[in-house]
Design a protein around this ligand. Sequence first.
Ligand code: HEM
Length: 404
Amino acid sequence: MPQSAPPDILSEAFAADPYPAYRVLREEYPLLWHEATGSYLVSRYEDVQRAFREPVFTTENYVWQLEPVHGRTIVQLSGREHAVRRALLAPAFRGRTLEEKFLPVIERNAGELIEGILRTGSGTADLVDAFATRFPINVIVDMLGLDKADHPRFHAWYTAIVGFFSNLSQDPEVAAAGLRTRDELAAYMIPVIRERRAAPGDDLLSVLCEAEIDGTRMSDEEIKAFVSLLFAAGGETTDKAVSGVLRHLLEHPAQLAAVREDRTLIGPALAETLRRTPPVQMIMREAAADVTLSGGTVPAGSTVNCLIGAANRDPERFTDPDVFDLHRPDLTASSAFSAAADHLAFALGRHFCVGALLAKAEVETAVSMLLDALPGLALQDGRTPREEGVFVRGLNTLPVRFTP
Ligand code: HEM
């Protein structure tokens, strides 16, 4: 018999700190029907891993969750259609294209934001406002070859898109803002895509226009939908990951010192941050048939809410799961950015995050450049960073001081 009341993922207590509730869910309610979101909550590592890996759990949920805002995108596709789209897109986000074409873009954007921080001369900064919320979206805008002067518009659009995605309680205003964004972004993007088709350049948008597999190319509408998805999938996620790594390192001075000495430890620090505080805390799936998980049977046709934040702290999988330890032996850093990852922050299986290596390159560059540029970097006294958000979760401020 359960000892505790079933946690409500829409409650204020949960928003303030979901981790105690995740423990109750894992231990006492491993499969729990949540009326308000019309979904079954799944919280144990082994169950969430299965939901990401087994094809019986489809991504049909994105038809109602995302398509209304983005249009039809890769994340809701399956089978061959998904595989072809993925093969068209993936090369742009790894290997030589990433290193030769986009690493300089990443470095330039990190450098510009750091200059802004130094220019104030105050020796203090909020690294969320001054850096994390701006950096990934600036990088994407620049990679796509879009006009940087429009950055405030892109920022507003991506906030509205993420709001729509996180709208578990179905707030009508949030839904309306998401739908407005769809129209505004389409009106902006479609003419730009047509221009690039006519006169391709060296940017990601041109790469997407020209990419071809087995005679398949992406249509204007598909590219627009993918750009829209990118703002949400590659923007706020990486924003939360950057501030999350910095926060964990600043709270653990010995690990920060180790990273200062050996910058190859930023990757393991990011992997451990993604495990302990995954930016995407929940991902939905739909069960195409009855499936029996550790806590009971999910009926065919129902929606499952996979609680990544709970699974990544399952003590059955990770020893002392609440502890931040970039050296932890049960998290393999070398596979943390591939579909063989131990943590579930990028999901697993066919929809494993296509931007994982881009996110890693962004965080490695940003953290290393910030450590070099801001000597004596430390948290401001008496300020404990707080996390916010239920679906996508991370810091909303990170006040630091440094020697100017
Ligand atoms: C630390 C930062 C990031 C996190 C935590 C993250 C998380 C995720 C997760 C959980 C999924 C799986 C969705 C699902 O299976 O339903 C995903 C997929 C995806 N991500 Fe990321 N992501 C990050 C960065 C990025 C970046 C920088 C990009 C830019 C290219 C990106 C683009 C995508 C795309 C296009 C998909 C869909 C892949 C598919 O359906 O095959 N993500 N991401």
